[in-house]
Design a protein around this ligand. Sequence first.
Ligand SMILES: NC(=O)c1ccc[n+]([C@@H]2O[C@H](COP(=O)([O-])OP(=O)(O)OC[C@H]3O[C@@H](n4cnc5c(N)ncnc54)[C@H](O)[C@@H]3O)[C@@H](O)[C@H]2O)c1
Length: 289
Amino acid sequence: MPYTLPADVDERPVVIDGAGTLGRRIAAVYAGGGSDVRIFDLAAQQREAARDYVEEHAAETQQTLGLHPARRGRVEICDDPQEAVAGAWMVIEAVPERIDIKTEVFGDLDRMAEPDAILCSNSSSIPTSQMIVKVEHPERVLNTHYQQPPELNSVELMSCGETDEGVIDALIEKIPQYGLVPFRVRRESDGFIFNRIWAAIKRECLMVVEEGVAPPEDVDAMWQIFTRAGIPPFRLMDRVGLDVVLAIEEHYAAVRDGIPEGPRKLLHEYIDQGRLGVKSGRGFYEYTD
Ligand SMILES: NC(=O)c1ccc[n+]([C@@H]2O[C@H](COP(=O)([O-])OP(=O)(O)OC[C@H]3O[C@@H](n4cnc5c(N)ncnc54)[C@H](O)[C@@H]3O)[C@@H](O)[C@H]2O)c1
């Protein structure tokens, strides 16, 4: 029998495992859409910062995504992963973009989560097929790649190769309830759909700056003239975190021929100065608040 959502899905929490830049944004989306959310992170400071983020941004998240649930979801933080996942219908990991960490996390989640819980990875570039070595039930594992919600509200869903198609169908039906727009990735792809396109744009932007052709501010200003789009490339990279941008680019370089070194060299220069983007107060731009 293919997977179907449990009858009590709306009474059960969603769990976020890893509460950094993206984990806390995803938490705000689900709480804003009316689901109770539990947040686990190894670092107490990150758990607390994520809860504060959700409380501060819940109304704004609801407004951006057009969410009007009967009540906003409760947000709880947990220091014990076993307690965090008890009763949850879906667990979304947003731990660092490292295959060793994600492999351990999925092994643990598979042992601890409810038998009917869906286990999702928010990885930006690593297919879940590479994270399931320690998983006994891969049919409930998949990539669900969120961008920067609430503004960038697409979610790409990709099978781990053994995912029950019913899981993907059910999520495609369910997550628009949270103002999200799902897209099915039709075959395994390093970097999914939009991130592959975005990687090429980012790479060329970084090369322009690394070669001294233009500063980040000029690239962003020209981007806005040409596309009229919301967040220009260097501002968005600062929001993502330059360490995360580098990890993604390193992953592409490991799996593809011909990826130039300049973008990684430039990212290293910024990271070595502690300029990680918005999260460290400085990246390509300075952030004072
Ligand atoms: N930053 C973005 O804009 C963005 C966008 C899409 C996808 N992603 C993906 O989301 C994931 C997380 O990225 P991020 O930018 O939020 O990273 P981050 O470094 O901001 O946060 C990672 C969090 O994971 C915690 N952590 C580390 N090991 C853990 C473990 N074993 N168990 C639980 N928590 C642990 C850390 O304390 C930290 O709070 C990555 O896979 C990344 O590729 C990020």
